[in-house]
Design a protein around this ligand. Structure first.
Ligand code: ZN
Length: 188
């Protein structure tokens, strides 16, 4: 089922997600609906807050992006990213590493709004999957950016929080309009 994507101004986007104690059928249904919603919106990642649920669940698939490469290592060895997509991260723990890298970012909760964001170029990730199994990998490139963006969502952090002051100032009227529209819709 395609779910409605919450937009900037919805309070759930600022809520920290609760840890998933057990991967129940309800969580698996949520994961399935999140993938359907993300693919319908042509997104690379989606966090549970973006479908109105403050829990530590995010889904990512970078295969649709051809011009921005991703890398993945498991136990120190490079693997083919395609073989590990899509990926479900439940209760993810991350450790960003490497040099800061700047790159364009968008967010399904901020339609038509894009900005360059600086984040560490790699990230070590440990999470459980939809089967409840723990797994770890190191991500680079677009995948590293997507993981950090989505894990931010799970902690109530949005990409506007990581924009430069100048970028945020330039986008201020668009952000204000979006926030006002979302709040007006919530009141109905
Ligand atoms: Zn986002």
């Amino acid at each position: 089922m395609i779910l409605e994507i919450t937009k900037f101004g919805h309070p759930v986007l600022r809520q920290k997600g609760a840890r998933v104690e057990q991967v129940t059928a309800e969580i698996r249904d949520l994961v399935r609906d999140m993938f359907e919603t993300m693919y319908a919106a042509s997104g690379v990642g989606l966090a549970a807050q973006q479908v109105g649920r403050a829990v530590q669940v995010t889904v990512i698939d970078v295969r649709g992006v051809k011009d921005r490469p991703s890398t993945m290592e498991i136990d120190g060895s490079p693997v083919d990213v395609k073989d590990h997509m899509p990926v479900v991260l439940i209760n993810p723990e991350i450790k960003p590493c490497g040099n800061p890298a700047s790159g364009p970012e968008g967010c399904l909760s901020f339609p038509e709004i894009y900005s360059d964001i600086t984040r560490p170029e790699f990230v070590d990730v440990t999470a459980i999957n939809e089967k409840g199994k723990s797994f770890s990998f190191r991500a680079g490139g677009l995948l590293a950016r997507a993981v950090q963006h989505e894990v931010d969502h799970l902690n109530g952090i949005l990409f506007i929080d990581r924009m430069t002051t100048d970028a945020k100032r330039e986008l201020k009227s668009e952000l204000d309009d979006l926030q006002a529209a979302t709040k007006a819709k919530l009141k109905k």
